[in-house]
Design a protein around this ligand. Structure first.
Ligand SMILES: Nc1ncnc2c1ncn2[C@@H]1O[C@H](COP(=O)(O)OP(=O)(O)OP(=O)(O)O)[C@@H](O)[C@H]1O
Ligand SMILES: [Mg+2]
Length: 76
């Protein structure tokens, strides 16, 4: 499994937009690939973006506002 984390010290530089675009592009152009987005931002921007989509892929794992507890590390 490959994991891509987008992080920047500065806000509003396009992290959410790029994450959504990368996941959507992978789903569209790599048939059969399984892609999951995890929203860790308390603002829930990525979840809002996902909710506006017509297609169910890529999958959204909504972790908004939740700490990364060890029991959640095995979530696929
Ligand atoms: N390549 C781009 N060209 C123009 N505008 C962009 C581009 N990427 C993002 N934006 C716009 O910039 C704003 C901030 O983008 P985004 O929410 O993705 O940033 P962010 O880094 O996730 O912000 P935050 O730190 O608040 O989570 C949004 O209004 C978005 O539409
Ligand atoms: Mg963001």
């Amino acid at each position: 499994m490959k994991t891509i984390a987008l992080a920047a010290a500065k806000g509003g530089v396009g992290k959410t937009t790029l994450a959504a675009a990368l996941a959507t592009a992978a789903t569209l152009y790599r048939p059969g690939i399984k892609v999951a987005l995890a929203d860790l931002d308390p603002q829930g921007s990525l979840a809002q973006c996902w909710n506006a989509r017509a297609l169910p892929q890529p999958t959204l794992i909504d972790l908004t506002g939740r700490p990364l507890a060890p029991t959640r590390c095995g979530v696929r």
